[in-house]
Design a protein around this ligand. Structure first.
Ligand SMILES: Cc1cc2nc3c(=O)[nH]c(=O)nc-3n(C[C@H](O)[C@H](O)[C@H](O)COP(=O)(O)OP(=O)(O)OC[C@H]3O[C@@H](n4cnc5c(N)ncnc54)[C@H](O)[C@@H]3O)c2cc1C
Length: 388
């Protein structure tokens, strides 16, 4: 077992670190204050190869190994959690499913454009009445005159309004639950497609999140993704992959919160000494750093299982996402505590890390859903994969 990064992994990490510090850092506070996704960022993300990380090289992507992908998301999230989620969604639940389940003509049509940043992708599973219970969606589809016709409302869609290609899950009959769900590649230009309202969120203020409306939306038959009736399986598979990305996002946020808290603790004086000299502060920093490392290795374990072709790594992916997201909430809470009143002020960035970390225990499966996935597998298996 080797816990060091390969040369490729270091190179990708350093490249994305430079990009995040050089391109994102100077503007991130302003973008977050404006609460709008900066469209001018899309070509920069594409030039840096960040929109094609899950796309094969034949389609101008870089098809990164999963640990490298995790390091890239972590480095972006360290500076901008909003940019990290935009990149994560475009790669893991749009570019990846097309690469994995798409037909040759679907790949030809969409993958290069995604990698080049000519289009941005999104994923529409959640609805106002169905989030964790994904099999309970009611957005319906039927076939008519050589097309699929979709009707329904999707909510909480990352990249709403800025994206133009969405993987939409819809059911032919809600009574069939998961077995009735299919996945469709839906362009925002298709008749019957429109965007609804954008959400006014606690954190990730410069990531666009909103509604997608489908009113007799006409989808060509060739835009069915994978087999009919396999849409939920495709969605859940992509979320298993996506969760290591969200774990990495949480780790990136926590790392930055730790860094600013350590710096502040060394500089802030109380009782005539830097607060870092108090054991109460030292122990907090020690716990923060330990938890960040633990989350990172859980995440890289899940990522490497995927690359080793271990078909079911959902337990490990859920463990990584559960631990990393809850860890990021604890670490950012402590980072504010170490800053005292200044941590509560928008003058310091640490309040943003606290707000941005909050969502990581909710999206791509809440902590409760991760525990269900983990427990279901623990109870089904006789010994743990990890011990193999
Ligand atoms: C910023 C943001 C971006 C998002 N982006 C996307 C996107 O791009 N595409 C997309 O499809 N969705 C997206 N989502 C939606 C997200 O995936 C859902 O919010 C999430 O799956 C939870 O669903 P819900 O909000 O409906 O909560 P609910 O399912 O209503 O759950 C409410 C609470 O009950 C708990 N709960 C539910 N079932 C159980 C159970 N069986 N046992 C124990 N507890 C349970 C949950 O854990 C939660 O605490 C996004 C959400 C946010 C906030």
């Amino acid at each position: 077992m080797d816990f060091s990064f390969s040369q490729d992994e270091r190179m990708i990490r350093d490249m994305v670190r430079d990009f995040a510090d050089g391109v994102l850092r100077p503007q991130v506070q302003e973008w977050e204050r404006r609460g709008e996704f900066p469209l001018e960022l899309i070509p920069r993300l594409a030039e840096a190869g960040l929109l094609g990380m899950s796309i094969p090289e034949a389609y101008e992507g870089s098809n990164l190994r999963t640990p490298s992908y995790c390091l890239a998301i972590e480095e972006l999230a360290r500076v901008s959690a909003s940019a990290a989620v935009t990149v994560s969604v475009t790669n893991s639940v749009c570019g990846y499913p097309i690469s994995r389940f798409g037909t040759a003509s679907q790949k030809d049509k969409y993958l290069k454009r995604l990698a080049r940043g000519q289009i941005l992708g999104g994923f529409c599973l959640t609805e106002p009445g169905a989030g964790s219970d994904a099999a309970g969606i009611v957005t319906g589809y039927r076939r008519a005159a050589g097309k699929f016709i979709l009707n329904g409302l999707k909510s909480w869609v990352t990249n709403a309004k800025i994206g133009s290609l969405f993987i939409v899950m819809a059911t032919r009959d809600r009574r069939e639950r998961g077995a009735g769900i299919s996945a469709f590649l839906v362009e925002s230009s298709f008749p019957g497609f429109s965007f609804g309202r954008l959400e006014d969120k606690l954190g990730l203020r410069s990531s666009a999140t909103g509604e997608v409306r489908l009113d007799d939306c006409e989808v060509p038959v060739e835009n069915l993704l994978g087999e009919e009736g396999k849409g939920l399986a495709i969605a859940l598979h992509c979320l298993t992959v996506g969760r290591v990305g969200i774990a990495s996002q949480a780790i990136g946020i926590a790392r930055e919160a730790f860094e600013v808290a350590r710096k502040y603790a060394r500089e802030r004086m109380a009782f005539g000494r830097p607060i870092a000299s108090f054991q109460g502060i030292q122990f907090q920093l020690a716990d923060m750093a330990t938890e960040i490392d633990a989350a990172r290795w859980l995440t890289l374990r899940a990522a490497s299982m995927r690359d080793r072709g271990i078909i079911d790594f959902s337990k490990e992916s859920s463990m990584a996402k559960l631990f990393a997201s809850e860890m990021a909430n604890r670490v950012t809470y402590r980072a504010i505590q170490i800053h005292g009143a200044y941590g509560y002020s928008k003058e310091y960035p640490v309040e943003r890390y606290f707000r941005d970390a909050r969502v990581t225990t909710i999206y791509e499966g809440s902590s409760e859903i991760q525990r269900l996935v983990i427990a279901r597998q623990l109870l089904a298996e006789t010994r743990s994969n990890a011990a193999d």
